[in-house]
Design a protein around this ligand. Structure first.
Ligand code: SAH
Ligand code: SF4
Length: 429
């Protein structure tokens, strides 16, 4: 039982924003004297930072709680708290089915977590905001940085706006100050986060202006950003990315579907043609750019012809990476009320799409062989004697580890590839 005392565990689900929040909360717990453990069974305090964007995330979290909560009977000091989007979407169900949970905090309540933790654990905690301003790297040299929370769109399948609320942007001065702190403490790569980051606006400052300012202030730091929405994409963003070396040549710009009909009923606000037009400009203006998408298979209105259009869009764009999902009904979203495509058909389409994309990736990657690219050393590779690096365009490359340290920038010549990654050799000047 003594193994449990003083130890805490955070289990994170979902997006990079959640990873960032979990990291801030971890720092708060460490500041209050907890030791972190990866094993929730060994922890006195367990926090789950949840996701509800698709049903399989919900299922995983319910299963995890079903295993964890009975432990509270044996270890009476054990506390279990649930944070994040599932709390907003399913508070009543959680309260009804799992009354042993010690506390629930929705994303909009997260800033008050210090008081709640103090009450539950009888310890003192500094505020969430205080830790946001301290160092909270993902790794020692990579940091996520939310610059926008919430979403003003209403895609008909999506639960995010109802769990995260309306779009709120942070001021450019506060963003620059936070990046400054990160850079001072050794961070080499900052990823700016927002649900529809290109809609960022602060008084007269648009996203392209912010990018320009940040890249000029931190010329030796890689700056990335996620997620761009294809609607009203200011082409100046492309020009700025093309003009600054430290703005990495990468756009995550989810298409969701290749059928204009489906896009309309998803309420995405663009067509297949306008999407292709936009990515064409990205490819033409930013040398070596990598494009990434999210795709949904089996949306209620998707006929087999519409699905083929998604495959053909992927063929046309030749995305370097893709996150592919089968459609999952989300409570109180417009699409959930429609006649649904059987689950096995959705899953079958997804399997076909993944296979299709893997073939595209293998081909796209093999065309890059022989190129020499700048890469950042991230972690040791699975194979002994190798390290995993991230190329400027975001793709992974493994190189021999000799003489390299995490956080080094290196020139790498790409030698071979699979459909997921590259192998390369370090080129010394
Ligand atoms: N703001 C981002 C996406 C946030 S959610 C954007 O607009 O692109 C991340 C991804 O989850 C989405 O891009 C979508 O592909 C997927 N997703 C969201 N709701 C879903 C649902 N109900 N079923 C399946 N996939 C979904
Ligand atoms: Fe969801 Fe659409 Fe907002 Fe993205 S833009 S978070 S998919 S509602």
């Amino acid at each position: 039982m003594s193994g449990l005392r003083n130890s805490a565990c955070i289990i994170n689900y979902g997006c990079q924003m959640n990873e960032y929040e979990s990291r801030v909360v971890q720092r708060m717990l460490e500041g209050a004297g907890y030791e972190m453990t990866k094993d929730p069974d060994q922890a006195e305090l367990v926090l789950l930072n949840t996701c509800t964007v698709r049903d399989n995330a919900d299922q995983k979290i319910f299963n995890r709680l079903q295993n964890l909560l009975p432990q509270k009977r044996k270890f009476r000091q054990k506390k279990v708290g649930v944070l994040g989007c599932m709390v907003e979407a399913q508070k009543e169900r959680l309260q009804r089915e799992m009354p042993d949970i010690d506390f629930l905090l929705s994303p909009m309540e997260l800033k008050g977590i210090a008081n709640v933790l103090a009450e539950v654990t009888s310890r003192d905690f500094d505020s969430y905001e205080a830790y946001e301003l301290k160092e909270y790297h993902q790794t020692r040299f990579q940091a996520f940085m939310p610059i926008q929370t919430g979403c003003n769109f209403n895609c008909s399948y999506c639960i995010v706006p109802s769990v995260k609320g309306r779009e709120v942007n942070h001021s450019p001065d506060s963003i620059v100050a936070k990046i400054g702190k990160q850079v001072q403490s050794g961070v080499k790569e900052v990823t700016l986060l927002g649900q529809t980051i290109n809609s960022y606006r602060w008084e007269g400052v648009r996203f392209a202006d912010l990018l320009q300012r940040v890249s000029e202030e931190f010329p030796n730091t890689w700056i990335r950003f996620l997620t761009s929405h294809p609607v009203l994409f200011d082409e100046r963003i492309i020009d700025v990315v093309a003009s600054y070396q430290n703005l990495t040549p990468f756009f995550h710009i989810p298409a969701q579907s290749g059928s204009s009909k489906v896009l309309k009923s998803m309420k995405r606000g663009y067509t297949r043609e306008s999407y292709l037009d936009l990515v064409g400009k990205m490819r033409a203006k930013v040398p070596g750019v990598a494009l990434s998408t999210d795709m949904i298979c089996g949306f209620p209105d998707e006929s087999s012809e519409d699905f083929e259009e998604s495959l053909s869009l992927m063929e046309e764009v030749r995305f370097e990476t893709a996150f592919m999902f089968y459609y999952s009904e989300r409570k109180d979203t417009p699409a959930a009320g429609k006649e649904q495509i059987p689950l096995d058909v959705r899953k079958e389409r997804l399997a076909r799409m993944i296979e299709h994309q893997m073939e595209i990736q293998k081909d796209v990657y093999s065309k890059k062989l022989g190129e020499t690219v700048l890469a950042l050393v991230e972690t040791s590779g699975k194979q002994a004697g190798t390290v995993k690096c991230k190329m400027a365009c975001g793709l992974p490359v493994f190189v021999p580890s000799e003489g390299l340290e995490e956080g080094d920038f290196v020139q790498v010549k790409l030698r071979s590839c699979t459909s997921h990654s590259f192998q390369g050799e370090v080129i010394h000047d």
